[in-house]
Design a protein around this ligand. Structure first.
Ligand code: EPU
Length: 445
């Protein structure tokens, strides 16, 4: 580990037991903050997770002329009366995918927005063509020059938009744009994830008129003005599922306080099929196991399907199931990057370019390793590994807790982007993570 500077050290091999309280959802919190810019007023958002992506989103708000303050550990007040800057600064947008969503409220308030190359986890190409095509349908003009997109709209006008794929981000972009557009917008083949429902609830509280219609359709009647409001972020169902997989994979028992069954129905079905046991009560869900874990056949999909973000921890759990599991990833073409490190830890996973499943998949015959065959049970061995993306980061923490011995994990910035107080939370179930910083001199010595 020569260039290692900051890393986690994890001693694995024991069951994790106890209680973890989850935080608000990253993928809802950042969107609510961005949508608050629609109003020339103050919005108060509670249950906001203290993670890097939220910090970056707030930094962008500030760079655009807004201000914010934390009124308690998880409540933030955003005052967007000062919104005046139309260029989304690259130093933040380059690191975070959801920065593209600033375009919609900026078009409403300023009539223009400039966006340089956007970031996010490296899970595939992740283009923004659906966002651009949809905004054009709503009367925006979009030009590109020197890696910068220039968006302009004297006024947004409602229209009918049919998305090629139910993209979460594009749906959010178009809903935020449409609520302030003139007339009615219909968005078909749209995403309907619980995080989007949370955004819709927030926008409605600000004055928007939004209907959810038959299969995957949002109908929005544009309004002129938005007022401030107080609202809350839903709990993080990705975090909840991650801790569920961790409990079972380490042969432990974890009560996940705040886990919400209604947002995890598909996960819970698959978890049960894999031999996991759960008990639901109003304050959370307890996860453990009875006998051996069992192999499953699993395909990721948009909601209400099995979330792609549940896939890396679930696959890591499947390395502890007796038999052969088959996993078909249909949302991202490159979401098995994390498997390399699991192989280093002795997991038996084969990647395949063909679709090992029945779902319609955009990656058929396209030479992406988007299916996996996982053979268990494997006694994982401790290793030095580097995290390639956010959800992979959690999978590596999990693998290190499963493996006997001490693992060292670098690239921990990815974990900090999406999991708040991860060390404290895991310490509560007996999982110690030491964060170690070394100067290059010490490292090279
Ligand atoms: N896509 C396009 N063109 C577009 C937009 C999307 O081809 O204009 C493709 C993407 O390349 C991808 C698929 O459509 O293959 C789905 O992308 P989507 O737009 O639904 O994803 P996103 O909005 O960029 C959000 C979450 C992701 C989560 C996905 C799917 C945020 C900030 N990110 O991404 O979360 O995996 O929805 O549920 O909300 C994470 O939290 O680790 C994470 C990656």
């Amino acid at each position: 580990m020569t260039d290692l500077q900051v890393y986690y050290e994890i001693e694995g091999g024991r069951p994790l037991k106890g209680e973890i309280a989850i935080s608000g959802a990253k993928n809802a919190a950042t969107k609510l903050i961005i949508a608050s810019l629609l109003s020339n007023d103050i919005c108060v958002i509670s249950n906001v997770p203290r993670i890097r992506d939220v910090e970056q989103t707030l930094n962008i708000c500030e760079a655009l002329g807004c201000s914010y303050r934390w009124t308690d550990a998880s409540t933030v007040e955003i005052d967007s009366t000062g919104l005046s800057e139309y260029r989304i600064p690259l130093r933040y947008s380059g690191a975070m995918r959801s920065s593209v969503l600033f375009v919609a409220p900026m078009l409403k308030r300023l009539g223009k927005a400039d966006l340089q190359t956007i970031g996010g986890c490296n899970l595939g190409l992740r283009p923004i063509d659906f966002h651009i095509a949809g905004l054009k349908r709503l009367n925006a003009s979009v030009t590109e020059e020197d890696h910068t997109f220039h968006f302009t709209a004297e006024r947004l006008i409602g229209s009918i938009v049919e998305l090629d794929y139910p993209s979460v981000g594009a749906t959010e972009q178009l809903i935020i744009a449409a609520v302030g557009a003139e007339g009615r917008t219909v968005i078909r083949n749209a995403a309907i994830e619980p995080e989007i429902q949370n955004l819709v609830g927030f926008l409605q509280s600000m004055g928007a008129i939004i209907y959810q219609d038959e299969y995957r359709t949002w109908i929005i009647d544009g309004v002129e003005n938005f007022h401030g409001c107080s609202y809350w972020v839903i709990n993080d169902r990705i975090e909840a599922a991650s801790f569920a997989c961790l409990a079972v994979a380490t042969r432990g028992d974890i009560f996940v306080r705040g886990a919400e069954q209604e947002h995890m129905i598909t996960f819970l079905n698959m978890f049960r099929k894999a031999g996991g046991v759960f008990e639901v009560d109003r304050s959370g869900i307890r996860f453990n196991y009875e006998d051996e874990l069992k192999p499953v056949i699993l395909e990721t999909d948009v909601h209400p399907g099995f979330m792609t973000d549940w896939q890396p921890p679930f696959v890591t759990m499947l390395t502890q199931a007796q038999g052969i599991s088959i996993v078909h990833e249909t949302v991202y073409e490159n979401r098995f990057g994390y498997v390399q490190a699991l192989l280093k830890m002795d997991a038996k996973i084969q990647l395949h370019k063909s679709c090992l499943g029945r779902k319609k998949c955009r990656f058929r015959d396209q030479h992406f390793d988007h299916s996996a065959i996982v053979q268990g049970i494997t006694a994982l061995k401790a290793c030095d590994i580097e995290i390639p993306d956010l959800r992979a980061g959690f999978a590596y923490l999990m693998a290190s807790f499963i493996a006997e011995g001490t693992s060292r994990i670098s690239g921990i910035e990815y974990v900090k982007r999406g999991y708040s107080f991860i060390q404290e939370k895991l310490a509560g179930v007996g999982g110690s993570i030491l964060e170690i910083s070394q100067t290059p001199d010490t490292v090279n010595a």
